[in-house]
Write a protein that binds this ligand. Structure first.
Ligand SMILES: CC(C)(COP(=O)(O)OP(=O)(O)OC[C@H]1O[C@@H](n2cnc3c(N)ncnc32)[C@H](O)[C@@H]1OP(=O)(O)O)[C@@H](O)C(=O)NCCC(=O)NCCS
Length: 174
């Protein structure tokens, strides 16, 4: 029986171990890590999955912003990494973590979520698409079809700019 809890219920060292197992120890150079550099996970939108006492999955979300080419900036939430222990993958834990995060995001009125991930997974189940991210630059290499967003409002539709960490905004929805 899987239990979804706030990420704060997990031992930080166990979270890092799980992320190493799911993504490899070289994960820190990835573009998504540059996007969130210097920020802290958003407590309301970050979760851990447990089977008994064992940590079997994590989902972290981060505050980022789009610095607009035409001036100003818009805030949004970077979702991920979503990670499930290799021995427990394809058992519904990833979907359970994403559903918990989406319910919390909708309840908090978060209208702009983004992530870098497989469109086959995040599009099929959760309504993310690359359709509105064509004008977004990121601080590192990215496969454009994997730069995904879930927008529930016009705020970021058709906007162009550069994504980066939203330093100091970690408590925005905490
Ligand atoms: C990707 C990941 C988070 C998915 O979680 P999971 O618990 O393994 O997957 P779920 O059981 O929730 O998957 C539900 C469905 O999605 C499918 N699915 C899982 N991963 C998928 C992927 N990368 N692409 C497409 N479909 C996928 C499953 O086959 C399943 O489909 P089915 O119901 O038709 O059988 C997990 O496998 C993982 O940690 N992978 C390694 C790290 C990673 O790539 N993270 C994502 C980038 S942020």
């Amino acid at each position: 029986m899987i239990r979804i809890e706030p990420l704060s219920a997990a031992d930080p060292a166990a979270v890092e171990e799980l992320l190493d197992a799911a993504f490899g120890t070289d994960r820190h150079g990835r573009t998504a890590y540059k996007l969130r550099a210097g920020t802290l996970p958003l407590p309301l939108l970050s979760f851990a999955a447990f089977d008994g006492d064992a940590l079997v999955g994590t989902l972290q979300s981060w505050p980022v912003r789009l610095i607009l080419d035409d001036g100003g900036e818009e805030q949004l939430v970077l979702v991920g990494p979503v990670a499930v222990s290799p021995s427990r993958q394809r058992g519904g834990i990833g979907v359970a973590l994403m559903k918990a995060m989406l319910a919390a995001a909708d309840a908090a009125g978060e209208d702009a979520l983004m992530l870098i991930g497989d469109p086959e997974y995040y599009g099929r189940f959760f309504g993310f698409s690359a359709g509105e991210t064509a004008g977004w630059e990121v601080p590192g290499p990215v496969e454009r079809h994997r730069l995904l967003a879930r927008l529930h409002g016009p705020r970021l539709v058709g906007r162009r700019g550069e994504l980066g960490p939203a330093l100091g905004l970690g408590d925005r929805i905490a």
